[in-house]
Design a protein around this ligand. Structure first.
Ligand code: SF4
Ligand code: MSK
Length: 671
């Protein structure tokens, strides 16, 4: 009896590692944390039950007469929905307000990140900062043209290339202007396929500038302003478009100019990348402005020699979350974990410092670090932590290398302070990552004909059934990485090529889905043939959260090659384990760009069925794309495939695939 009680208590307090994560390395570390009596998100999720009303999106705390909670009646809505807050706000109004405030939060995070990059880019273009330089002049010209900056000049009737420094300064100024210009509209909106841009014009959702759309959400959701869910979500759409086609796209573009557009690189992934006899430096967060500089410092001979002088064999850099993706795609630095693995990296006992900037950093990493020798270093004035053991070294772009060396030196000095027994899981997997819009064209088009025509041709002939963007976070309310890998496996098994970003990218890499060899193991025959012929993995890692803009541009390339709109293509989007407001903004700009988008776990709209229906059904009539929710990963993927098949049918290319599959079966019989 006592034993039973003890085991019941244990069950209530701690997560079962095998149920909490699909990844053996994480299971091992969750168990290790429990053995050491250290709390992780997996255990806290067991103890803290989510509020059911908030989860359904129907709790309002926008004024002090509330919070007003409008639970659904047990028997469901019979007849008129009479639920109201004190001010009379309906469930639809409350739910739509909450939803677009999430869009505002996500769009603000992506776009403020983009603004920071734009400011550094301007300083680099004006040569006011020696630490950052223009690394990719080819990309600079592409971006300049997209921002209506001339790249050529006519001299005496002859067209000549303009001076690259002049182009850089004008491009930087034009880019920065997009955040707060007083007139006009977002220039990048015209990068969308023409029919999509015209649709946005007709619907009145072409963004004016990036900041304004976010601020207007906060205004319109204040008590007593916008009280029509259709009008509220219209502003949510405008802000989400300003994120995907504005703040995020500019962040990606300007980062590529400063640090180089990604090209395929090979790297390992997962916690097993850490090395016991090396200084382990973990970079966590989102902005490459910081991580690029720290990487350069950590890879310098001076720092490696210093690490050796302290008895280490060298310095192992590991990336966490989207910083991991940024470093991976440009330098082949291995990502050591997804969002839910950040505490686990410290629990190895081998993390000498975790250096963080912004977004997706759990405050508890400071508490976990306090149980080890790990230094937890915050670097941004907008992202500090209250715990006393954290060290704040403010990263100043003007002294970037100096600051970076100081941080790396502090990490090395901490190597000899390791106190706990080191336990690093063995698991790693090999991946090929670093696929941008340019490198996909190169891979599928060839050196001299880098185009999307080949990709389109293989979609048309059915070898590739469709294209899916699978993205997003981990969520402690669902088994770590299970949704990511199961959705993706089901898609590629059915010949759907996957473009992946964010934590999905890391999860797929950890599962071995991003190696070219994965094609022979997991893919349907059509996708396998393409991957093996071209030498690409069936899941293409296109980068970090802001790099979802690469998916928009890749879809645009395919739509333009086909002469249609994105919503006509056999494409679908997915975030199987989302948790952040950024994911909602991403999901919404996918939808507003014409993509059927399925989320896993939950969506905070179920408490207002009319508003939910508007997003799930009516939106398709407006934008061509719509939201959906499916928790089961296989059904989730199958819904995407059904949508893809419907689009193939609408385009009249369903027969081509059937014939091709028959031919393949025939030739397999002969072989
Ligand atoms: Fe309640 Fe209205 Fe205030 Fe929201 S704005 S808390 S619904 S009174
Ligand atoms: S890091 S936003 S948990 S994908 Fe971009 Fe991962 Fe989601 Fe953060």
């Amino acid at each position: 009896m006592a034993e039973e009680k003890a085991s019941k208590e244990k069950k209530e307090k701690f997560a079962d590692p095998a149920q909490a994560s699909a990844d053996p390395a994480s299971q091992q570390m969750i168990a290790r944390a429990q053995e050491l009596g250290i709390d992780t998100a997996f255990d806290r999720a067991e103890r803290l039950k989510p509020c059911n009303i908030g989860r359904q999106g129907i709790c309002c705390k926008n004024c002090s007469m509330g919070p007003c909670r409008l639970p659904l009646p047990k028997e469901g809505i019979q007849g008129e929905d009479t639920r109201k807050g004190v001010c009379g706000a309906t469930a639809n109004t409350i739910c739509a307000r909450n939803f677009i405030r999430m869009v505002a939060g996500g769009a603000a995070a992506h776009s403020d990140h983009g603004r920071g990059v734009a400011e550094v880019f301007l300083a680099a273009a004006r040569k006011e900062n020696d630490n950052y330089k223009i690394k990719d002049p080819i990309k600079l010209k592409i971006v300049a043209e997209a921002l209506d900056v001339d790249t050529t000049v006519e001299v005496d009737g002859e067209v000549k290339d303009r001076d690259i420094d002049e182009i850089a300064v004008e491009t930087a100024e034009a880019a920065i202007n997009e955040w707060g210009k007083p007139h006009g509209e977002l220039i990048y909106a015209k990068r969308a396929p023409k029919p999509l841009y015209e649709k946005w014009q007709k619907l009145g959702v072409v963004p004016r500038n990036i900041d304004r759309e976010i601020v207007e959400i906060m205004h319109r959701t204040h008590i007593g302003v916008d009280q029509d869910y259709r009008n509220l979500i219209k502003q949510g759409s405008r802000a989400a478009i300003a994120d995907g086609w504005g703040g995020s796209m500019l962040a990606t573009d300007l980062q590529d100019i400063l640090f180089g557009a990604p090209y395929p690189v090979q790297a390992e992934a997962n916690l097993g990348v850490m090395k016991e006899d090396y200084v382990n430096l973990v970079l966590h967060g989102h902005e490459p402005i910081l991580s690029e500089m720290i990487t350069a410092a950590a890879q310098s001979k001076e720092m490696i020699d210093y690490a050796k002088s302290k008895g280490a064999k060298g310095i192992q850099i590991g990336g966490m979350c989207c910083t991991g993706n940024e470093l991976l795609q440009r330098h082949g630095i291995p990502p050591i974990g997804t969002f839910l693995q950040q505490e686990l990296a410290i629990i190895t006992g081998a993390c000498d410092a975790m250096i963080v900037d912004v977004q997706c950093i759990m405050q508890n990493v400071a508490s976990v670090a306090n149980c080890f020798h790990t230094k937890l270093i915050t670097t941004m004035p907008i992202a500090k932590m209250e715990q006393e053991n954290t060290i704040h070294i403010e990263f100043d772009e003007d002294h970037a290398m100096e600051d970076a060396k100081k941080i790396v030196k502090m990490t090395i000095d901490n190597y000899e302070n390791r106190k706990a027994e080191v336990m690093i899981p063995n698991e790693t997997a090999i991946q090929v990552a670093g696929f941008g819009v340019e490198s996909i064209a190169y891979h599928l088009g060839g050196t001299f004909r880098g185009t999307y025509d080949t990709l389109l041709a293989n979609v048309l002939n059915g070898r590739i059934r469709g294209i899916a963007g699978v993205v997003g976070c981990n969520n402690a309310r669902t088994k770590h990485n299970e949704g990511h890998v199961e959705v993706v496996k089901e898609l590629i098994r059915n010949d759907v090529l996957v473009l992946s970003t964010g934590c999905n990218g890391i999860a797929c890499a950890m599962e071995g889905l991003m190696s070219p060899e994965a094609a022979g193991v997991y893919c349907g025959p059509g996708l396998q043939e393409i991957c093996e012929t071209v030498g690409i993995p069936p899941v293409l890692h296109v980068g970090s959260c802001v790099d979802n803009s690469r998916i928009l541009l890749a879809a645009t390339e395919v739509a333009n090659a086909a002469g249609c709109d994105i919503c006509d293509l056999p494409v679908a989007g997915s975030a199987p384990e989302w948790m952040s407001e950024k994911a909602i903004s991403i999901g919404h700009y996918f939808v507003c760009s014409g993509v059927y988008t399925v989320f896993g776990v939950t969506l905070p709209v179920s408490g207002a069925p009319v508003f939910q229906d508007y997003l799930f059904k009516e939106f398709e009539k407006l934008y061509g794309g719509m939201w959906d929710l499916e928790v089961d990963p296989i059904k989730h993927a199958q819904k995407m495939i059904a949508h893809i098949d419907q689009k193939r049918k609408d385009l009249g290319i369903d027969k081509a695939r059937e014939t091709l599959l028959k031919d393949m079966a025939e030739s397999n019989k002969l072989a």
